[in-house]
Design a protein around this ligand. Structure first.
Ligand code: UDP
Length: 382
């Protein structure tokens, strides 16, 4: 018999399973619906021998020492400062928009003047959300905000979310601020990179513990049932802990309606060349139907002459259809209210925990997810 059941073998599920098994000395069952572990961090070699991220580019970045140390138990790192450029009518400019970008898109005299104003208004090394920059009273600063809004945010956000930047939760566009800095990197965190051998081997090692049993290709609904405020495992009441990392609505047959998400269609292409685009990620901020092109070799450091694989991301809404994946929670008042309705149904369940992007309806980064799982483990194990 198990002490705990973890549903989902993504970041949160894998970290908490390992913690309960190792630190808590528990017997843990992990049930995963997909045919692989690692959730959306999953990577694998494609048919051309290129290491690809099946669910889009995942770059680990953090300032959290505990998380970095923890994951470093299971992997070495290929460390690099992740950089992104935007294709604006053929010109490739650094994103987030920073002082280098400023000097690329304005003539020198104007750029010098605007830089001085930005530094005076916000201070060097500050991070200003685009929606905040737009509200600045200075006309010059407003003109920069206008350029950034039109050329970096508006169309990309329309593609990604089907809504304008000002219509979505400010925390989403706030992820990519305007940087009053010459730092060209996408993230400013101390540690950044990808696991040297890939994400999947890192999760493999994490789940490789005598206290953990892993079952793949199994819908948790076939093994677990919630009825009258109790949890049943294979027909018998389960008194241990259950950590659920799947979509909360599916736990209750979507009885109040589906929790809305944005999904993506990933279109992979292999090209017979050493280097397709010279960058790991190019964002298409004013053109194309896809949001970005990722070229994996630039992310993973893999060298393989004469062949490279890229992926284009086409955003779409999520209907729950077979094969579609819910990637991004759409944070707004209405959706959060729906989430609360579902969450209330779990409130009277004993030792039942919701964890992760889907179960908590949140936009977690890898490090934040690992941190949340570690903190939850702390509260369980003490
Ligand atoms: N964004 C944008 N243009 C860009 C990059 C980001 O408009 O070139 C906006 C867009 O709304 C996006 C959000 O900022 O959804 C967050 O971007 P991030 O790169 O963090 O998204 P993720 O990598 O998580 O998909």
């Amino acid at each position: 018999m198990y002490d705990s059941i973890v549903i989902g073998a993504g970041i949160g599920g894998s970290v908490i399973a390992r913690e309960l098994a190792e630190r808590g000395k528990e017997k843990v069952l992990v049930i995963e619906k997909k045919d692989h572990i690692g959730g959306n961090c999953y990577d694998e070699n494609d048919e051309y021998g290129i290491l690809i991220h099946k669910y889009g580019p995942h770059i680990f970045h953090t300032n959290n020492e505990r998380v970095f140390e923890y994951l470093s138990r299971y992997t070495e790192w290929y460390e690099f400062g992740h950089k992104v450029v935007a294709d604006v009518k053929g010109q490739l400019i650094p994103v987030p928009f920073n002082l280098n970008t400023l000097h690329m898109v304005y003539d020198q005299e104007t750029a010098d003047r605007l830089e001085k104003k930005l530094v005076e208004a916000y201070g060097m090394e500050s991070r200003v959300p685009i929606l905040e920059l737009m509200n600045h009273e200075d006309k010059d600063i407003q003109s920069i905000a206008d350029y950034v809004y039109k050329n970096i945010f508006l169309e990309y956000t329309m593609k990604q979310w089907g809504q304008k930047p000002e219509e979505i939760d400010p925390s989403v566009t706030g992820r990519v601020p305007v940087l009053i800095s010459y730092d060209d990197r996408y993230f400013q965190d101390r540690y950044q990179g990808v696991p040297k051998e890939g994400f999947t081997p890192m999760f493999d090692k994490m789940l490789d513990h005598p206290g953990i049993d892993l079952v793949l290709k199994k819908d948790a609904g076939e093994l677990i049932e919630i009825r009258d405020g109790h949890i049943f495992y294979l027909g018998e009441e389960f008194k241990g802990k259950v950590i659920y990392t799947g979509p909360i609505d599916e736990l209750f047959g979507c009885r109040f309606g589906r929790q809305p998400y944005r999904s993506l269609d990933f279109v992979f292409e292999n090209h017979k060349t050493d280097d397709y685009q010279g960058h790991s990620v190019i964002n298409y901020t004013v053109s194309e139907d896809y949001t970005r092109i990722t070229e994996f070799k630039h992310l993973t450091g893999q060298t393989l002459p004469g062949s490279t694989t890229i992926v284009k991301e086409y955003p779409m809404s999520y209907s729950g259809a077979e094969g579609q994946i819910p990637y991004y929670a759409i944070i707004n008042e209405e959706n959060l209210a729906l989430y609360e309705k579902y969450k209330n149904l779990t409130e009277n369940l004993e030792k039942f925990y919701l964890l992760g992007r889907l179960a908590e309806y949140k936009y977690y980064n890898i490090d934040a997810m690992a941190d949340r799982a570690l903190t939850l483990a702390d509260s369980m194990i003490g």
